[in-house]
Design a protein around this ligand. Sequence first.
Ligand code: ZN
Length: 314
Amino acid sequence: MYTEISAVEMVEVSPRDGLQNEKRAISTAYKLELINRALESGARRIEVTSFVNPKAVPQMADADEVCAGLPERDDVTYIGLVMNQRGADRAIATGRIDQLGAVAVSTDGLGIANQGQTSEESVEVAKSLIRSAQAAGLTGQATIAASFGCPFDGEVAVDRVVEMAAQIAAANPVEIALADTIGVGNPAHVASLVSKVKAAIGELPVRVHFHNTRGTGLANVWAAILAGATTVDASIGGLGGCPFAPGAAGNVATEDVVYMLERAGISTGLDLDKLIEMNRWLGGVMEKDLPAMVGKAGGFPQPDAKQNDERNVA
Ligand code: ZN
């Protein structure tokens, strides 16, 4: 064993965050196949869709149809992302969503642009959505968007995010997530913020959500785990770009995170070979090469590795 950390929980976010940031529209049938393949690869928490205005996010217009097609599983948590009470009501009405994910925003700039709320208002809305989930017999959690930097307001103070986490914790979410929405975080910042948030919210778990926009995604995952984060969002193939950086890489790739953690002796519950297979399938559906690196290189050691390879290996 290399570390004392033995397991990390993964949340597959490709059906929502991945697809939402892709230009290509994907049919409901392919979304359901993506979800089924994630289940087969071992995923037990999946962000399946978001209940937002279809005019604002046309890729998620089929949220109700996706929910109707979800396999019935007692051992799986299906997460629906919601921004307001109307979205929460829709998600609850499907009868298929287990957990509502609310979003609070660290800055007024992004809050107003994204959901028409100041940062403070977004905290109150997130708390109220968590309580709506609980009242309906679901669980609720919240993500603090732009925890490491904002596309409009620039630097985000660690203290502001810590303060928000403490306020949201009062609504008893199942966890609080810190999201690097635009992929500007670095491992030192991540370690500092995760440990300060943990200290502020007591027993509540911390989930992390990174975009690999500037290549720091995996390093940030590692730093977050060492600092005490227990759950990691990832998207198969590294699907999904960044809404504020056209052409940039997407979420950290599930197979890259799983490779790194499993090789380090940290169990994820996911099957790397099946993830790589899923990457190939998804690349075909999206008609492009996906950014994940392990998706291209494969795992290690490989069962069919040649013993006497004469290639120049220097
Ligand atoms: Zn994201």
